[in-house]
Design a protein around this ligand. Structure first.
Ligand SMILES: Cc1cc2nc3c(=O)[nH]c(=O)nc-3n(C[C@H](O)[C@H](O)[C@H](O)COP(=O)(O)OP(=O)(O)OC[C@H]3O[C@@H](n4cnc5c(N)ncnc54)[C@H](O)[C@@H]3O)c2cc1C
Length: 231
């Protein structure tokens, strides 16, 4: 049986940042993440200024495109505001994951290729059945649908309809340093500059339809993103 101070279930941004802080605070820490690095995910890929400060506080820097503010667009209407304090950063999930994952390994934290669907809890800690792993503390950083949260009976019923995330990148120069959020009847499109010739578009939608069908609901945006530039 392996004994550790802290088990972090989930090696996404939250889990890796938690593991790094814990290791630097002197806790013997283990991360369980079944997916190989770098882990990708449908995401708008915009770090707000607070997240950039949090990354800097960890001594880390991820490559990306500076973000100066946020703009909301609905048909002919738009409203925008600059960030009040500091810049944000448009950064590929894979680039962010690589930086955090490297730092965690450098801090001596093992990232085990392990899926944890349930834990047994007692007065002194938690045990992962079948994994010969025991920890004094557990952080469930296993994402929105957290199996660990469910297994511990901490799930709460959701009252809203499910939404789906879709994402595509385009090799076009960004037309703005703002994150743009385009509002449609059933979906939002998050547009983020990621590099000198790279723009990411993430759709958050309540309709289960292909990406191209959903993008057609945002004609102004679709006109800026010729299909042949999709990467
Ligand atoms: C369309 C869309 C756009 C978004 N845009 C933005 C944005 O622009 N900026 C922003 O900051 N946020 C954005 N978000 C939200 C952002 O993606 C999440 O807040 C962020 O990924 C949460 O990080 P996390 O580490 O908590 O979880 P995740 O990134 O979901 O990571 C969870 C990890 O846990 C692992 N895992 C799952 N189950 C288990 C298990 N049983 N055992 C072990 N490991 C497990 C998974 O493999 C995964 O690596 C967006 C989300 C969507 C859907």
């Amino acid at each position: 049986m392996r004994h550790t101070d802290l088990l972090v279930v989930g090696g996404g941004p939250a889990g890796l940042a938690t593991a790094l802080h814990a290791a630097r605070a002197g806790l013997d820490t283990v991360v369980a993440e079944p997916r190989p690095a770098p882990v990708d995910k449908a995401c708008g890929e915009g770090l707000m200024p607070g997240a950039v400060r949090a990354l800097t506080a960890l001594g880390l820097h991820a490559p990306g495109h500076p973000l100066t503010g946020i703009r909301y667009v609905q048909g002919p209407c738009r409203v925008e505001a600059p960030f009040r304090r500091g810049e944000g950063l448009g950064v590929r999930r894979t680039a962010l994951h690589t930086v955090l994952h490297r730092a965690v390994l450098d801090a001596g934290v093992p990232v085990l290729p392990l899926r944890v669907d349930a834990v047994r809890q007692d007065a002194d800690g938690v045990t992962v059945p079948g994994a010969e792993l025991r920890a004094r503390w557990l952080v469930a950083a296993d994402g929105l649908h957290s199996p660990v949260r469910r297994s511990l009976g901490l799930d709460r019923p959701t009252r809203t309809a499910p939404r789906y995330g879709l994402r595509r990148h385009y090799a076009v120069p960004p037309w703005t340093s703002h994150v743009e959020v385009h509002w449609g009847p059933d979906a939002e499109a998050y547009v983020t500059p990621l590099g000198p010739r790279l723009v990411g578009v993430a759709l958050l939608t309540s309709r289960r339809e292909p990406y191209d069908t959903q993008l057609a609901g945002f004609p102004e945006l679709a006109a800026r993103l010729p299909p042949h530039t999709a990467v």
